[in-house]
Design a protein around this ligand. Structure first.
Ligand code: ZN
Length: 303
């Protein structure tokens, strides 16, 4: 057993998103010393700016002992794989095949842990947010894409890949028959029907900017509820956290709960005690800091 690092040891955290990268230099105890946001452009320029940020921040505050990255995906997360650290067939132009760990390893020579953006957000919510006091939690984000992670006893769940729950097949709303969906791989999978781009493709603007958005909220809420109920049924997790840009504003969550309640139809054996859907399906307690907090937690786990 190696001794735990001192509480004033530093770690670097990166939330690598499809539209922006967020970076932070953090004490192991949790306080943020320096932070920045970098727009996601082409890979070399974006990762170059990440390295520059950490070089400058470490000059001011000291060296990070490890880094944690929560990345958009899909990504190869298997340390035994020759492609470990590389992004897979992402539709984001130029990013497929990019090794997101390499620039930090080459420049700073410290260990770099990698997971998906949603898995690290799930970790943060499980340890510091809405999942505290529970053994298990699922985290779903609804934004440019739809993704999610599942945590049991502090561990992310994997098999051949990280979960890709945004691409499940859902039952069509009868009011939404004519829309073909926007997923480049499947058309009308959940992401193709209920992500931010799917909402814009149908109605020309985000949900909260629609004049009469009641029906749109119902349709999107109905699709997301199908994932919520499937997650509860498949994993029996004790909490589901749902966040992301499409959920902001708060009008959609009650529709998701209402639709999930209709789907459940009284058969709800997974919830602990008398937990209702109000308590079971909740927004992220850490708000938009779930991702960067989880990336820091991932780095802190490196020994
Ligand atoms: Zn799809």
């Amino acid at each position: 057993m190696t001794a735990p690092p001192p509480a004033d040891a530093l770690v670097g955290a990166v939330e690598a998103g499809g539209t922006k990268f967020r970076c932070a230099l953090v004490r192991d105890a949790g306080d943020v010393l320096a932070e920045c946001r970098i727009p996601t452009t082409e890979p070399q320029a974006t990762l170059g700016r990440v390295v520059e940020f950490f070089a400058e921040a470490q000059r001011r505050f000291g060296a990070a002992r490890a880094f944690g990255i929560g990345t958009f995906g899909p990504a190869d997360l298997d340390p035994r794989s020759p492609g470990y650290g590389r992004l897979l067939m992402t539709p984001k132009p130029g990013w497929a095949g990019v090794d997101v760990r390499k620039p930090l390893i080459e420049r700073f020579g410290r260990p770099v842990a990698l997971d998906t953006d949603v898995n690290v957000a799930a970790l943060a919510e499980a340890e510091r947010g809405a999942g505290r006091g529970f053994r298990s939690l699922a985290y779903v984000t609804v934004g440019t894409g739809i993704g999610g992670g599942v945590i049991f006893d502090g561990r992310m769940r994997y098999g051949a890949m990280h979960p890709e729950m945004g691409h499940i097949v859902v039952r069509r709303d009868p009011r939404d028959r004519d829309f073909t969906g926007v997923c480049p791989f499947h058309g009308d999978c959940l992401e193709g029907l209920a992500s931010g781009p799917a909402i814009r493709a149908r109605w020309g603007r985000p949900l909260d900017a629609l004049d009469d958005h009641g029906e749109a909220l119902d349709i999107i809420g109905g699709y997301l509820a199908q994932l919520v109920v499937a997650l509860a049924r498949l994993t029996a997790c004790e909490r589901i956290v749902i966040g992301g840009g499409v959920m902001t504003g708060g009008a959609l969550l009650p529709r998701v709960r209402a639709a999930a309640s209709r789907l459940v139809n009284g058969y709800w054996p997974v919830a602990r005690g008398d937990a209702t859907l109000m308590e079971y399906l909740v927004p992220p307690a850490l708000g938009e800091r779930s991702g960067i907090t989880g990336a820091a937690l991932l780095a802190q786990r490196m020994r």
